[in-house]
Design a protein around this ligand. Structure first.
Ligand code: SF4
Length: 65
């Protein structure tokens, strides 16, 4: 089990997270990324969250394991 969160103070709204991983992230009506699931309970979701964290240009995605 791992958890993921987004630091909206750091996020620059670049959109890579919800573009590349719509199974984990989506854009809300304010143009901010939000999480579809905070707790990641499959190895696949954890891997996708790690990938999103690496790709995020603002290092705003934090995976806690
Ligand atoms: S990829 Fe990073 S900077 Fe871009 S919207 Fe997602 S959290 Fe924000």
């Amino acid at each position: 089990m791992a958890k993921v969160r987004i630091d909206l103070d750091t996020c620059i709204r670049a959109g890579e997270c919800y573009y590349n991983h719509p199974e984990l992230f989506r854009m809300n009506d304010n143009g901010e990324p939000t999480l579809l699931a905070r707790e990641l309970d499959t190895p696949e979701l954890i891997r996708h969250a790690r990938e999103a964290a690496v790709v995020c240009p603002a290092s705003a995605i934090i995976v806690e394991e």
